[in-house]
Design a binder for this molecule. Structure first.
Ligand SMILES: [Zn+2]
Length: 271
């Protein structure tokens, strides 16, 4: 679109309209690193809320005030384009090429979801933050746990976490990242609460088994799903067959995110 504009001479008074059209087009492009869409993050917050200890729940209320844990999970996406938080733009994802571990991969000088998470956790545990700093660090931590569980937020370094893989989703233009962030979740047509109720039919053993590990483990887990994610039909037309084959991964990663958000909060504030 920009290339076409540069080759064509438009009357001067049309330029502002064209510029706004281009701007609107850019704004409408899928965000390259959004994490779970809003519904996905809400679900992780809702799951976490139901697994907090009473002490931790009281601290969450102190930190967030009137805002629910579910709503607070998306704050980091909402502020990323503000000047004060532009430095956090790359803290939603990490690149780990196939066959490597986080420690072996080349690190982004602007930070990544793993190291940013580790720093924010250390800051929260230090007990030295002002109330505003604590709230910001807290909201980042609960968002980043969700992001690192979205398998395409741990990218191979080849296609911007699936954003460059243009696909059709049920006949509409989409990309592979968006399919995993949002499209498959929305295809269920459930509210956050209905979704959470449907997911939370886990036995205690599974819950205990999943409440483990740290950000590096969780990022490595996300890499395991690459062979499933990239098993695409040649025409790149995705729909119910792809969804039914892969939705168990979405469910598992949402559940694990939620349980681990609770685990992290309980660890810091649980007693
Ligand atoms: Zn994010």
């Amino acid at each position: 679109m920009l290339a076409i504009c540069s080759r064509t001479v438009y009357p001067k008074n049309l330029m502002p309209h064209l510029l706004s059209a281009v701007l609107l087009f850019i704004l409408m492009l899928p965000d390259p690193a959004q994490g779970w869409g809003r519904t996905g993050h809400f679900i992780t917050g809702e799951i976490a809320q139901r697994h907090l200890t009473p002490e931790a729940a009281a601290h969450v209320e102190r930190i967030l005030g009137e805002t629910s844990l579910a709503v607070a999970t998306v704050w980091m996406d909402q502020v990323r384009s503000q000047d004060a938080f532009r430095h956090t733009a790359d803290w939603h994802w990490v690149t780990i090429p196939d066959g490597m571990r986080y420690e072996e991969a080349e690190h982004n000088p602007n930070g990544d979801v793993v190291e940013a998470f580790e720093r924010q956790i250390a800051a929260l545990k230090s007990g030295e933050l002002s109330p505003e700093e604590e709230r910001d660090a807290f909201r980042m931590v609960i968002h980043m746990i969700g992001d690192m569980h979205q398998p395409l937020h741990v990218g191979t370094g080849e296609d911007r976490g699936g954003n460059d893989v243009r696909v059709q989703w049920l006949g509409n233009r989409s990309n592979l990242h968006r399919v995993w962030d949002t499209d498959m979740i929305e295809s269920w047509g459930l509210t956050t609460t209905q979704f959470t109720d449907a997911l939370l039919i886990l036995d205690e053993e599974t819950i205990a088994a999943w409440k483990q590990g740290g950000p590096r483990d969780w990022a490595h887990e996300s890499m395991v799903y690459r062979s499933d994610i990239y098993d695409l039909p040649e025409n790149l037309e995705l729909g119910w067959e792809y969804r039914n084959r892969n939705f168990h991964i979405v469910e598992k990663r949402l559940l694990q995110s939620g349980l681990r958000i609770a685990m992290v909060i309980n660890e810091i504030y649980g007693s």
